[in-house]
Design a protein around this ligand. Structure first.
Ligand code: C2E
Ligand code: MG
Ligand code: MG
Length: 573
């Protein structure tokens, strides 16, 4: 009796435990966002758990009913899903696939596990569905971001380069041409600065959207960054030739873009064009070359198109090479000064010297200042190079004064960029004190062409220097503005007549007339004259006859190292 009671109690307890555990599993399944189908092969019983109704609003009592879920699945996914849910291979490994709910933006992942019993016969099957829409969406966004530019919806740079590489491979096989147009909006910074970055972005977007209309199987457009875009054209011809596309763009930009608040903005663009196979054999080089010729277009002005031209690329690369080499030149003491004598015509005596920089690179090769000074001016390194020139020239000036007791005029070329640097005047003055230089022994040469673009700040500093007693000379006169009328307002002491006049002064009547008027007018304005680049006796005699004050040129002496000037000084004493 006790035994029976014990067994009843035991079975009741077991039953409770089982029902508790079933409740627990059911709760867990219901709380998860997944749907489960449990199928027992032994008795054909089906249990649905979790979110089943949300994915498939239908009941399943019999395993055949499972076929109805295909009504809810996109047709293209049916086969894959069928293979997963119909699997009858017992394995501890689950098999899975992804499928999309029909007509909805919902993605499900389906997993199936088939369990064998101890004898290896099929025992049960669990099919699980999980909503993976969010993951899919994020994945789609990531894919989009990998290919497209968020602002314009155009291809981004990386994807463009990848596709262009494919195009070039195809073009190689088909012996086709691929053109690349690199586009840059002119003065975009002014838009950003003047109207704000939000408007700037809107403009980039609006222009990008217009460029998108040009896309086809043969034309692809990419937004590179900020205001630059790249167009690639496969097999350019007819309406998809570079010229035709350029014309279409020009027609569009002739009209303003209308931005938020009815703000209208007109743009112009510069374009660089390079072509495969003529200008490069890979995508990166092709794009680079198009960009380099774009720089050239921009240097000419706004609204320019520049086609690939090998010398442009060569010059650019040379420029970059010089720029890189310049970085170490100063610390490695690669600069030196040469001095070219200037003679006073009337007395035949040395008036002074012009300090001319020389650069001996690490291989001992001399690089002309005409080549590297413009580059140093562009990247700003002229400020430190120029400061070195000034100090070196002052040191030499002091040395010659102490050694030979001579007072010569030391002419030093100064770039406009140097004038614009903040401490230029104060640095010059403190150096002058350091070397005890008398100000009127120093003459700063400024080339005429800079005064045209950028007057006021330079003039202001020239005035300051002159107040201090330093002489100022206008270099290369005749190469720039060439107007005598503007001379009267300039704070200068000396005017250097450019070599281009001297070259033809003997042979060309009109040059002679101009030179004579320059010399006489300049004299009347109270400036000294120096003729530059005098190479022959005939030129020298002619200039002496028209009473040009001073002569500088190969005829009387080339630029020379310091010790050679010292030989002249020794002979003169
Ligand atoms: P620049 O100041 O007009 O100097 C005259 C240039 O003409 C020098 O060239 C000189 O060697 C050359 N020259 C002088 N006489 C004759 C001649 O009779 N025939 C010929 N064919 N050439 C003659 P360089 O030394 O190559 O300098 C070129 C330019 O580089 C200079 O023109 C000047 O603008 C710039 N430069 C040179 N040194 C400096 C410097 O220290 N600082 C700055 N900012 N510019 C410099
Ligand atoms: Mg000069
Ligand atoms: Mg000159």
């Amino acid at each position: 009796m006790n035994d029976l009671r014990y067994q009843v109690d035991y079975l009741t307890a077991m039953n409770k435990k089982l029902s508790d555990s079933e409740k627990m599993y059911r709760m867990v399944c219901d709380m998860s966002s997944c749907a489960y189908l449990y199928y027992s092969y032994k008795d054909g019983q089906i249990t649905l758990l979790g979110n089943w109704q949300e994915f498939f609003p239908m009941d399943i009592r019999h395993i055949q009913d499972l076929e109805r879920i295909f009504e809810y699945i996109e047709e293209e996914d049916a086969e894959r899903l069928g293979a997963v849910i119909h699997s009858e291979t017992p394995s501890t490994e689950k098999i899975s696939c992804e499928c999309k709910l029909r007509g909805k933006k919902r993605w499900l992942e389906c997993e199936t596990v088939v369990m064998p019993d101890e004898e290896g016969a099929l025992a049960s099957k669990v099919i699980k569905f999980r909503d993976i829409s969010r993951f899919k969406q994020q994945n789609d966004e990531l894919t989009y971001m990998a290919y497209y530019d968020m602002l314009t919806g155009l291809y981004n740079r990386n994807y463009f380069v990848g596709r262009l590489t494919d195009w070039l491979e195809k073009a190689k096989k088909e012996q086709s041409v691929v053109s690349v147009m690199f586009i840059d909006i002119d003065d975009f910074r002014k838009v950003n600065d003047g109207m704000g970055m939000i408007m700037g972005d809107e403009l980039i977007q609006a222009f990008g959207q217009f460029l998108r209309e040009l896309c086809s199987d043969y034309v692809m457009v990419s937004h590179f960054n900020s205001d630059t875009y790249c167009i690639a054209i496969y097999d350019p011809c007819g309406t998809r030739s570079v010229d035709a596309i350029y014309k279409t763009i020009q027609e569009r930009i002739a009209k303003p873009f209308v931005l938020t608040g009815h703000k209208e903005i007109e743009i112009t663009i510069c374009v660089g064009v390079a072509e495969y196979p003529e200008s490069a054999d890979n995508a990166i080089a092709l794009i680079n070359n198009a960009e380099i010729v774009l720089f050239k277009a921009k240097s000419i002005g706004s609204n320019e198109i520049q086609y690939f031209d090998a010398p442009i690329i060569h010059d650019f690369l040379h420029h970059v090479q010089i720029e890189n080499m310049l970085k170490g030149a100063m610390s490695q003491n690669q600069f030196l000064l040469f001095y070219q004598p200037q003679y006073d015509v009337a007395s035949g005596k040395l008036r002074g010297v012009e300090a001319l920089i020389r650069w001996r690179d690490e291989n001992g090769k001399l690089i002309s200042p005409a080549e590297f000074i413009p580059i140093a001016e562009k990247n700003g390194s002229i400020v430190s190079i120029g400061a070195w020139v000034v100090e070196e020239a002052f040191r030499t000036c002091a040395e010659w004064r102490d050694k030979y007791g001579v007072r010569l005029i030391m002419s030093i070329n100064i770039s406009a960029i140097q004038y614009k640097s903040k401490n230029f005047v104060s640095n010059v003055i403190s150096l002058m004190e350091k070397y005890e230089i008398t100000p009127n022994e120093i003459e700063f040469e400024i080339t005429e062409s800079v005064l045209i673009d950028d007057f006021s700040e330079v003039i202001e500093k020239m005035n300051l220097l002159r107040e201090y007693g330093i002489r100022v000379s206008l270099d290369d006169f005749g190469t720039g503005f060439s107007s005598l009328s503007y001379l009267k307002g300039l704070p200068i002491d000396t005017l250097k007549i450019d070599k281009s006049f001297i070259d033809t002064v003997i042979t060309d009547d009109s040059t002679r007339i101009i030179t004579e008027s320059i010399v006489s007018m300049v004299k009347r304005l109270g400036f000294e004259t120096v003729a530059e680049g005098v190479e022959t006796e005939a030129q020298y005699e002619y200039l002496r006859d028209i009473q040009c004050d001073n002569i500088e040129g190969f005829y009387l002496g080339r630029p020379m190292p310091k010790d050679e000037v010292e030989q002249i000084l020794t002979a003169q004493i």
